[in-house]
Design a protein. Structure first.
Length: 568
């Protein structure tokens, strides 16, 4: 997944690798030329000193330019690839069904799109700027050290083995903890998100302290994990330096034993020590960066998990065609993904095109679930649902969305303008279509009073509008496309009695050819319906007009009498 994304920028990758090779060549050549400069100094050969010094400065400048260009290219690759992955993730999430979203959890997906992608971005930046250099420097310095003083091969190999062993043991301990770290990040994100979304409830019930304690528990757990990881790597640094300086001491002692104070031996020792430090630096950098590498590998796995997840719901065709608005449920049984008991049980009914149908029942009877199955937000486990005589599973997504429009129980608006929110129901809606939808939804009553009317700003989640105003804009959004089937899932619950009455009258008057399904808590909202469906504990227990159900259905009669008594 990551390799394919990186290879999209193959020329920048090639340029970055080339710059790394030049930079490493510069680093490895400098000790060699330094040794020759010192030899010329010991012989007082000024011509050789100037000649070799010029080469040394030139090599250093080459390394400087190559390093700068490599940083620029590494930044371009890291930023571009992370942007591509972030867009792929967002596009993939848009293709998910409700079931997929519930499986992952919304807060979890946000962390994967932000924190995990940032980890990948940091990994790519480190790889092309640092990690790519380190193995080459390590191998080159290792070879040059053996060439410079081959008698001390055992010092080089011993240092590498000790440092490698220490780093390997620490990584074995830390690796599993990074997966736990990302899980804790998900939990912190979810708690913060819930608290900010429900800030009015928190403050209304004076729940600041319990919310702070809930956040602190997870935060303290994350702190403890970070301290454990930090302490482990704090031990690693002095261990690396101890081994490296021990190797330097042994090298100095052995050269003095073999060659004494012979100038050639001193010059070689200077180069050998430089190569040893380069080997040590390469291993230390790999050790320190291994924290980010391990964390990034966990993030890559989490990103890949999203990208490779198949949508729980797919559409069989892309063909677009018109459908008439009849709706039929044929022995439909549905269970939510994480539930064991079905929410709807063997439900069958038929709605003629153009009918207005009410769906009533006690809380938890399955009314909203029934509404969500019609636009295929979920698929039933048993039975089939048809619109215009065609099975939902056999039609294209565009055909279904152009035929069915649903106004959900919870009015959700997006930041932008009133017009942009209504146009979500039809992207190319003309101004007069928006005005018509707002008129039917009784939204013009407050829109026309606003200074910028339809261009008035809508804040995040519509916080600058009342619940009733948001519901009316949501109804307008559902109406603007003139759907064949309109579903109102208790979408007038926040309206006052007069506004609800006006909305119902407008629906009767302007939507005569539209199949309208009204999910309602109040029977008064569906009295004028052509047919009323009564649900109880997921089963369809009654079907008919208001008068017929009063006479024949005990559950409906009980609901009606209870509500009538409350209204009285």
């Amino acid at each position: 997944m990551l390799l394919k994304a990186v290879l999209k920028y193959k020329w920048q990758v090639l340029g970055s690798v080339t710059m790394v090779c030049l930079y490493v060549a510069s680093s490895l050549m400098q000790p060699y030329y330094l040794e020759r400069v010192l030899a010329a100094v010991s012989k007082n050969d000024q011509a050789a000193i100037l000649h070799l010094g010029a080469w040394l400065v030139g090599i250093a400048l080459m390394g400087l330019v190559a390093g700068a260009l490599n940083t620029v290219l590494a930044a371009f690759i890291a930023q571009s690839v992370s942007a591509d992955i972030r867009e792929r993730l967002f596009k993939k999430i848009q293709s998910f069904s409700y079931a997929n979203i519930e499986d992952f959890n919304a807060g979890n997906l946000v962390v994967r799109m932000t924190n995990d992608v940032n980890q990948v971005q940091n990994l790519l930046m480190m790889f092309f700027q640092v990690l790519l250099r380190m193995p080459i420097i390590f191998v080159g310095a290792f070879v040059m050290a053996l060439v410079t003083l081959p008698q001390l091969w055992w010092i080089v190999i011993g240092m590498v083995l000790l440092i490698g062993l220490g780093m390997g043991l620490l990584m074995g301990m830390m690796g599993p903890r990074f997966a736990v770290f990302q899980g804790l990040m998900d939990r912190i994100n979810s708690i913060a998100k819930e608290n900010l979304r429900g800030v009015r409830v928190v403050k209304s019930f004076v729940q600041e302290k319990p919310q702070e304690e809930k956040f602190r528990q997870v935060s303290d757990e994350l702190l403890g994990l970070n301290l454990f990881i930090g302490n482990g790597f704090a031990f690693l640094q002095p261990f690396f330096f101890l081994v490296s300086y021990l190797a330097l001491y042994l090298a100095i002692y052995m050269v003095y034993t073999m060659m004494g104070t012979v100038p050639e031996g001193v010059n070689r020792l200077a180069s050998f020590d430089t190569y040893l430090m380069q080997i040590m630096f390469a291993i230390i950098m790999l050790g320190f960066l291994s924290t980010n590498i391990t964390r990034a590998l966990v993030s890559i796995r989490r990103i890949k998990e999203v990208l490779t997840t198949e949508p729980a719901m797919t559409f069989a065709t892309d063909e677009v065609h018109d459908l008439e608005g009849s709706v039929k449920f044929d022995h439909v049984t549905f269970t939510y993904p994480k539930d064991t008991e079905p929410t709807l049980k063997d439900v069958s009914f038929h709605i003629q095109a153009g009918q207005m149908v009410g769906v009533v029942g006690a809380t938890g009877s399955g009314k909203s679930t029934l509404a969500q199955l019609i636009p295929r937000l979920f698929d039933p486990q048993e039975g089939k649902i048809t619109i215009g005589g065609e099975n939902l599973k056999d039609m294209s997504q565009r055909t279904l969305r152009e035929t069915v429009s649903i106004v959900l129980q919870k009015a959700i608006l997006f930041s932008g303008t009133i017009a942009s929110n209504i146009r979500q129901g039809k992207r190319d809606a003309k101004d007069y279509e928006i005005a018509r939808a707002a008129r039917i939804a009784q939204a013009r009553e407050f829109i026309d009073r606003m200074p910028s009317t339809y261009d008035s700003e809508v804040e995040e989640r519509g916080n600058n509008f009342s619940g009733g105003q948001k519901q009316r804009m949501s109804i307008a959004r559902g109406l603007v496309s003139k759907p064949k089937v309109l579903i109102l899932d208790d979408s007038t619950s926040a309206l006052d009695a007069q506004s609800e009455k006006l909305v119902q009258e407008a629906l009767h008057k302007d939507l005569k050819g539209t199949t309208t399904i009204i999910i309602a808590q109040k029977i008064s909202s569906v009295l004028k319906a052509d047919k009323i469906l009564v649900l109880d504990e997921g089963r369809l227990i009654g079907e008919g007009s208001h008068k017929e159900l009063l006479e024949s259905n005990a559950v409906y009669r009980e609901i009606f009498e209870t509500q009538k008594g409350k209204e009285a």
